[in-house]
Each structure stands twice: as C-alpha cells, then as structure tokens.
Write a protein that binds this ligand. Sequence first.
Ligand code: URA
Length: 429
Amino acid sequence: MHSAVEVIRAKRDGGELSDSQIDWVVAAFTRGEVADEQMSALAMAIVWRGMTRRETARWTAAMIASGQRLDFRDLPRPTVDKHSTGGVGDKITLPLAPLVAACGAAVPQLSGRGLGHTGGTLDKLEAIAGWQADIPVARMREILTDPAAGAVVCAAGADLAPADKRLYALRDVTGTVESIPLIASSIMSKKIAEGTAALVLDVKVGRGAFLKELSQARELATAMVELGTDAGVRTVALLTAMDTPLGCTAGNALEVAESLDVLSGGGPADVVELTLTLAREMLAQAGIDGIDPADALADGRAMDHWRAMISAQGGDPDAQLPCARHAETLRAPATGVLTRLDAMDIGVAAWRLGAGRARQGDPVQLGAGIEMHLKPGDSVTAGQPLLTLHTDTAEVLPAVLESLGSAFTIGAADTEAPAQPLVLGRITA
Ligand code: URA
C-alpha cells in the first residue's frame, strides 16, 4: 500500500517511480483518494524531475485503465486517426477524415474543443446546423462501418481516460502543463483509449504553436511515437510549421467554408498540401496502398464522404453557415511584399473576436474570426484588403484592429520572402 506523500517525495528527490506506485497514485486520484493539491505537487515534481520511458508508458497505461478503452478491431476496414497538437487555422481534420475514409480506411476521431488561441475541431463542426458532437459508441461503430461515411469526429465520453481529464484541468491552473512526459501521456492516453490501430501525429512548431522550438517538438513527437508503439498502435509523427496560420481563415464557420473549398478540389495550397501529406501517411499506416488521395479529392469522393459523415451526426451539409453580425477590413499600409503574418497574433485576435474561449465551457461565436486575403510571399499594394475581421461583438473591433498592426510585415517590392517548408521532420519508432 502506498501513500501520496511517499510518491511525491520519491519524485521530488529525483527517484524513478515503480509500476505499483504509478498504478496506485493514478487510480487513487481517479477515485478521489489522492487530493488535488497532492496530485498538483506530484505534477510539479514531474515537471522538474521528468519521467523515464518506462515511467511514462506506465503512467499512460494507468490513465487509460482509469476509464473505458474502445475496441474497433472487428471493423471490416483498418482504423487510423490523426492528432494535431494545435495550430492557428488548423482545420485539416475536416477535409482529411472524409478523404481517408474515401480511400478505404475507417477514421475514429475523438476530438476536443478549443481553449485559448487555437481552435477546436468540435467547435468548427458545430457551425454546421444540427451537427452533434456527442454520440454513443454504438452509433460511432455504425457510422464507421457504413461504407458511405466511414469517419466519425466526436467528443470523447466522460469515461475515456477520466484521470487525464482531472489531471489536465489541474495542470492548467498550477503551471504544470509544460512537461514532455505529462503532455505525451495526456495526448496518447486518449488516442490509445480511442481504439485506433494506427495514428499519425501532426506536431506543430513555431510562433502559433504550443511548442516554439524544433528541438522541443522533436522530443515530444519522439515520446508520443514511443508510447503509441509500445501500446501496439502503429504511430508516426510529422513536425510541421506553424509560424504563419494555415490557409486563409481562422474561426469556426470560416474554417468549415474553407474546408468545403478543399473538398471541392480548390482551397489554399498549404491546406491542400498538408491534407494530402497526412492522408498519405495515414493510408501507409493503415496498410492501404495503390490509392492516391489526390484523386479522391479531385473526383468528389471525399466530398461524398463528408456529406455522409456530417448527415450521420445530424448535420445538414447544405445548411448555410453562420455569419457574424459585423465585419471590418484592415488594409495594407504600404506597397511591397508581405513577408510575415504572425500565427500567434492572428490566433489571439480571432479568439478576442469571439471565435475561441477563455475558460472551458464558455460559448464561442460560430461566425467570428479572421479572413486573410494575402499569404507571406504575396505582393501587396497600399490600400489593398489584408485581413477581414468578423464578430458579433462590434465593441471589440477597435482594440483587435489595433493589436493586428504588428501582426504582419510588408517588405520592399523586391524582397524575397523566405519559403518555409511545411513539413520540418518525420519521426518513426
Ligand atoms: N493537450 C492535451 O491533451 N494534453 C496536454 O497535456 C497538452 C495538450
């Protein structure tokens, strides 16, 4: 029998926790027998002292064991999912899930709502009239089995890794989010419990990402790939750039509209490139070869799956998307070349316009956000529209407009904007 104080002291003093200490502390915390202040102290000790690969794997397994683990091994098609660590304008799941389903895989995705400057996939899909994030596992299974749909994006039930839900909420308010083993185990406990056989991780790096340095992103990606592999989930990670927003929109309904452009065979080049790159990785992990996802995007098969997947969750794929009540355009102050558009500034501005939430449970404005009329590298003429801001709360517009004055740089007309590759690295087991 262990005690919380014994486990905290062991980690505080730099020791390696035993399997039985980890199993006990996570289970006792889930039952409410380890108090929040004790778990916070342990989390802080882990932030400072770290955890070994064995400890992290055991911690993850204990968090999975705190709830239900879904099992889709009996489905007729191979399962594969994607997880992104979060970026500004990252709507990739929306075109990607139906695209990969159109190529023959089943995509079970338990997703989250946005917090802070990055949006959440569920918030985006909730911009579609009637669409339901909460569906029972039996229905999830039916949709995954339906050859017309084959992809589900829904909210994780309360019983999926409940230890992580409680711990993440504590970490959020105790300055203990920033720990590679805690982040890796938090993300991977949910993904492994979701029952997917294969997983592609999109680890974002840069100004608008939660990790700013490539070395940190590489470390997190490696830890997550190891956890997935050790748990029997075929896992690969891509490190992708997040210095500038993805695509030309940030905000819920605006991002759905852009995703529909991609599913119709158009859309911004970076969104199309990342969607296809991740789709190819997912198909390879699922063991599906000989199919080019670009064909399924071009010939409308991915759009057919989108329509079926949205309808299966109560949504009306033909419903008009919500529009914010007010719009204001920021125009370029000079002529030249747009050399920088800062993902963090755009993400924070979209959030302040109402597209995101400050606290869990707050409502979001479905129509709020920012349209970006130019991307870095584009030529610009003074007075040309650069950004359009959308919000239901007009009173925030002056302050948000002012804050965006430093979100971009316009260089001389002959400036070459350095072309940054989208994919910065690939991590395998
Ligand atoms: N996302 C998670 O789910 N957990 C973390 O710890 C960090 C980001």
